[in-house]
Ligand binder design. Structure first.
Ligand SMILES: [Zn+2]
Length: 383
């Protein structure tokens, strides 16, 4: 598969949620089917992020400072794991980037996790092998504040979907999830961690703790999720040979943000092994080079040229250098092409059309229709 096809596939995935409701979308491969990890280095593992801000209108985007603060929180909380994050300075085709995309879509901003995940991710996401995608939306159905899919998701939907009201920290956020720990928790899922209460009291013995429950031996099983901020830990499962209280300050639990403080050594080891297995491209030195880890961010990263979110209802087909458009209806009347800086580069394209003569990069095709415009992503790469 050549690089263009990979870009066409973009990113897809799922996962898991934090309170008030959580659904176990983790679909990790069984232990026996996982390949040996490629890399067991003690080095810091670097993760380029792209944050897709999805807003219902131009006025409701989170400020860039909230995104930066969230990245700082991730780096503080993942420091013990020697995993660090940065906003990608280079986009999918090497163009300068803030590691943020801005999309206006009232439909996508009000997110139905059961029916709209694939649309959201396939229309806005970046290559999940090279970036960790985070989608920030305004609402999610069923009181979910975030959910994630692990890096080994075979549909390419890896990443985190999270509410704007819990992304970043401060008085504008939703108590008690106002300290940026939801993203810490969800990314733990992306890196293969389960909740300590996964499977209830399964895995209480030295022989079972690595293969049952959360498959981590130094997080004692707990019968169910613990909310709030308990002063002393309950003890809901009996471990042998030594009975231990339930973990109450773990990032993968459900306690309030200001009461979760740690990953265990076992969780850290599991995340790093998983990254070394399924995140080889993501954490590679070559990827850090391409994503501009050591470069500075562009002078301004605020939402200026915002792009309406593209639609899946039209599909582009490429044959050689020509693009054909498949549509559910035929009442569109003309096409225009924009670059990612929001500049109009081609007007009144006829079908099929060619992009010969344009520099390689990501473009957005605008389809004018009586019902309103539709936008499609259009990667243009040399063969
Ligand atoms: Zn969770």
């Amino acid at each position: 598969m050549h690089r263009g096809s990979i870009l066409w596939l973009f990113s897809l995935l799922w996962a898991q949620l934090k309170c008030p409701v959580d659904r176990a979308f983790m679909r990790l491969r069984p232990l026996g089917e996982r390949p040996a990890p490629f890399r067991l280095s003690e080095d810091t593992l670097w993760i380029p992020l792209v944050v897709h801000l999805i807003a219902s209108n131009n006025q409701t985007f989170l400020p860039f400072s909230d995104v930066q603060r969230q990245v700082e929180i991730l780096n503080r909380d993942y420091k013990s794991a020697k995993i660090q994050f940065y906003l990608a300075r280079r986009g999918p085709n090497g163009t300068p980037s803030c590691g943020i995309t801005y999309h206006v879509s009232s439909t996508l901003a009000d997110h139905d996790w059961e029916t709209e995940e694939e649309t959201l991710k396939r229309t806005t996401g970046w290559d999940p092998d090279s970036f960790l995608n985070i989608w920030v939306v305004e609402q999610i159905t069923d009181d979910i504040i975030g959910y994630a899919r692990p890096l080994d998701d075979t549909d390419g939907l890896a990443g985190v979907v999270i509410l704007a009201s819990v992304f970043g920290e401060g008085p504008s956020k939703q108590e008690p999830y106002d300290e940026g720990r939801t993203a810490v928790h969800e990314i733990g899922h992306v890196f293969s961690l389960y909740h300590p209460f996964e499977g209830g009291c399964a895995g209480t013995t030295p022989a079972t703790c690595a293969v049952e429950g959360d498959e981590v031996c130094d997080t004692p099983p707990q019968r169910e999720a613990i909310y709030g901020c308990p002063n002393s830990p309950p003890n809901t499962c009996q471990e042998i040979p030594t009975d231990q209280p339930d973990p109450i300050d773990n990032f993968m639990g459900y306690v309030d943000d200001d009461c979760m403080h740690r990953f265990t050594a076992g969780q850290i080891s599991r995340m790093r092994l998983f990254l070394g297995t399924y995140g080889q491209v993501l954490i590679s030195a070559a990827n850090q080079q391409v994503r501009g880890r050591s470069q500075s961010l562009p002078a301004s990263c605020a939402a200026t040229a915002t792009l309406p979110a593209p639609s899946l209802s039209f599909r582009l087909q490429r044959k050689g250098s020509l693009f054909f458009l498949e549509s559910p209806d035929a009442d569109y009347y003309h096409l225009a092409l924009w670059n990612l800086n929001g500049q109009l580069v081609r007007e009144r394209l006829e079908i099929p059309f060619s992009l010969e003569g344009l520099p390689p990069g990501l473009y957005v095709l605008q389809i004018h229709r009586t019902e309103g415009p539709v936008f499609l992503r259009l990667p243009w790469l040399w063969e």
